[in-house]
Design a protein around this ligand. Structure first.
Ligand code: C2E
Ligand code: MG
Ligand code: MG
Ligand code: MG
Length: 291
């Protein structure tokens, strides 16, 4: 346990912030109960490989099924968890749910890799790699079927310590991605050293790439950078067929977005995959034989 700020971390005390308003304290109490109980749910969004149209991975996105306020998006409660002691319990719960779902899909004959988003605070939490190793061992999920998504800023808070933790995770066989690529500040030196095999271009660039030449250049050069570093590149936020086709032409590896599928409950994932299988078979049967 360290009482002082981590190197490179800036701690700002803002007396005008509403950290301790009664509303916020009540919300945090509710969130603590939600994490311990069963109010956190995961929705999954498929990641499609452009080269062959296969879906071999999904991203887990957390929601809070609030008894009164309904289904809440992560923006409504993850930031609050991050500024309190709740982000580690939330993350461990999310990992446990995602690993459980991946095990069930595997038992049903679908080997899907599941990606979990990791908050900045969690990466440097002592014992994280051991906790993940134990969870995988207990549930019997091969480590390569778990991926962790981290943002550039997560890593740049303390690049030296982060690199050590990333190497521990990678040694377990867990896969690692840089999420929201292009929005943060990345050091090329660390990017090259990190045991990361996937870059995810932020959806803000992808969504505007057809209308904005600047965004198109950013997407194009991210694809080239990833490939030069031997990494796979994912475009998130693909909302239409035109963007999908443009990314395919640019040799992007993986796409994710509403054009393909909205995030869905764990039970719907296999139905969706099997539905696609049927569509693909029908398309193949209907296609003229060319060879
Ligand atoms: P992210 O990891 O970049 O996740 C992608 C977000 O884009 C998701 O929003 C997803 O629903 C949304 N999205 C997917 N396709 C499209 C599209 O075609 N168009 C548009 N406009 N949006 C699309 P969501 O679920 O609201 O999550 C927002 C962020 O919250 C995530 O961004 C991630 O940073 C964070 N988050 C989600 N789940 C977790 C979690 O379990 N733990 C932590 N620490 N953070 C999480
Ligand atoms: Mg993500
Ligand atoms: Mg992202
Ligand atoms: Mg994001």
């Amino acid at each position: 346990y360290e009482a002082k700020a981590r190197p490179g971390e800036v701690v700002v005390y803002d007396p005008s912030s509403d950290l301790n308003t009664p509303h916020r304290l009540a919300m945090l109490g509710e969130l603590r109960r939600a994490i311990q109980g069963d109010e956190l749910v995961l929705h999954y969004q498929p990641k499609l490989e452009l080269v062959d149209g296969r879906v071999t991975a999904v991203e887990a996105l957390v929601r809070w099924q609030h008894p009164v306020r309904g289904l809440l998006p992560p923006a409504d409660f993850v930031p609050a968890a991050e500024t309190t002691g709740l982000i580690m319990p939330l993350t461990l719960r999310t990992l446990s749910l995602a690993i459980g779902d991946a095990v069930r899909w595997r038992e049903a004959g679908h080997e899907l890799q599941v990606a979990v988003n990791l908050s900045p605070r969690c990466l440097l939490e002592p014992g994280l790699p051991e906790q993940i190793r134990d969870m995988l061992a207990e549930r019997g999920l091969p480590a390569h079927l778990l991926r962790l998504e981290l943002t550039e800023s997560t890593v740049m808070v303390d690049p030296v310590r982060s690199l050590a933790v990333l190497r521990e995770l990678s040694a377990l066989g867990v896969r690692l991605s840089i999420d929201d690529f292009g929005t943060g500040y990345s050091s090329m030196t660390y990017l090259k050293k990190m045991p990361v095999d996937e870059l995810k271009i932020d959806r803000s660039f992808v969504m505007d790439m057809l209308a904005s030449p600047d965004d198109e250049i950013l997407v194009r050069s991210s694809i080239e950078l990833a490939h030069n570093l031997g990494m796979s590149i994912v475009a998130e936020g693909v909302e239409d067929a035109e963007t999908f086709d443009a990314l395919s032409t640019l040799r992007c590896d993986v796409v994710q977005g509403y054009h393909l599928a909205y995030p869905m409950g764990a039970g719907a994932v296999l139905d969706w995959l099997e539905g696609r299988g049927v569509d693909a078979r029908r398309a193949r049967e209907a296609a003229p034989v060319t060879d």
